[in-house]
Design a protein around this ligand. Sequence first.
Ligand code: NAD
Length: 518
Amino acid sequence: MSLPTTITEDLLDRITSRVASTGGATWKLTEVYSGEVITALPQSSPADIERAFAKAREAQKVWAQWPLKKRMKVFKKFHSLLLENNETVVDLIQAESGKARRMAFEETCDVPMAVSHYLKRAPKLLGDVKRAGPVPMITSSTEIRQPKGVIGIIAPWNFPFATGLSDAVPALLAGNAVVVKPDNKTALSPLFGVDLLYQAGLPEGLFQVVCGEGPDIGPTLIDNANYVMFTGSTATGRVIGQRAGQNLIGVCLELGGKNPMIVLPDANIDETVTAALFGAFGNTGQICMHIERMYIHDSIYDDFKTRFVKAASELSIGAAYNFEPELGSLISVDHKDRVASHVADAVEKGATVLTGGRERPDIGPAFFEPTILEGVTKDMLAGSAETFGPVVGLYPYTTVDEAVALANDTDYGLNASVWGGDLKNAIAVARRIESGNVNVNDILATAYASKGTPSGGVKQSGVGARHGDQGMLKYTDAQNLAVLKKQVMGGPQGKQTYEGYRKQTLTSLKVMRKTRLR
Ligand code: NAD
């Protein structure tokens, strides 16, 4: 299969030369649709990673001194370049991940959205905040936001461009440097994004890229970073969190999910079925916030099931660099085998395949059909573990309490979706779900695209959040700069006795409470 014409040898040479690598080791990065090698991706040794951090640290010292307005100018230009180069980004994402073009395009929108949001919020969030000191007039305290230094970002393959770059935007704007480790399979689109940032005027050295297998790169990256932003599986998140804890550095962990959807009896079935197709099969089921469990009220279960199964069986699957196919490939043959094993395990233990359930080697090496299961139980892999593929289980329920209990019966808590005609009622149900994100009458986009609100997982789905004010503030340390203008804080003054001082202080505390001055 031939690659899109935007992916030229020159482009590949330019962007892969940005990987911090000296030893000559490479990794074969392939086009998912065909399995053919696109390029030999340079790999970083521990010494390369150390050097990358040293360069980033040097550049950061200068960058942090730039006035915020000057830093923002780079990101305004970056925003324009992202839109101008959209086609190349879409092509790269598709080639390296095998996803449908529709999803590749959606993914490209995330980075300019993050840029726009943090360009608006940065002056407010990074500006000094004057606070009252303990003694009026004589004392003051100022909250100052200092960049942490060099931020390590580890990104997964499912949204390589978005997770490789969007989290870097607030980090850089706040005055930090970044060292990013994309997944080997999907390093090209983030590398291209980094290249665009340099074209936009980012000082050389500030944004480093290191490549390699996670366990080889992770320890050196974490040991050199001042903060780690990780997106990936819960299992890996635990390893990253442990090491960050040992080093006493902050970490944000955005992890896996087993996300439920609840369809209430008064939901609009047409809209719900359309949304369920995206929820279960969008990005071929490889969205961390996608739906793997659907709880449908028993009064509408049969109707929903019939329509959903028909619509899923009619989805078009294909390997094409155009907007025709609704579904693309899975990321790799290994991952396809994992997804197939979840379906096989469910069938062996008594579940029924309502549609799909088959690999599609006739289309490409890692294609798998959209699959709907019924009769899934918690002892099945598909009932409790994250499948991360186009596989969803349907479950009828009778009472709302039952639906809420079933939705919450998981170690995960990343995303949930509640559908109902009576919004007030649906919102009340949504508030009962143990999940960092809950969408009412949507699957995930409304929550994820609301960049002003923190978005993260609870339970085993994560620690911390991206987006919102904390999505930028987490990359800073609050410095408390306190000033005492007259020496009144040192206990009894002049001839005052300690007892007199005690009484005066207690009176002051009473006044403070009453006047709410402090
Ligand atoms: P993964 O944990 O295997 O890998 C993620 C990244 O971590 C990759 O770059 C990988 O090379 C690296 N890595 C692996 N082991 C490492 C180690 N020991 N030290 C340092 N880095 C290491 O996850 P994946 O399979 O690539 O991605 C899919 C998972 O990511 C799913 O569980 C999905 O739900 C989750 N995810 C979560 C979010 C979110 O926002 N919560 C977003 C996207 C994906």
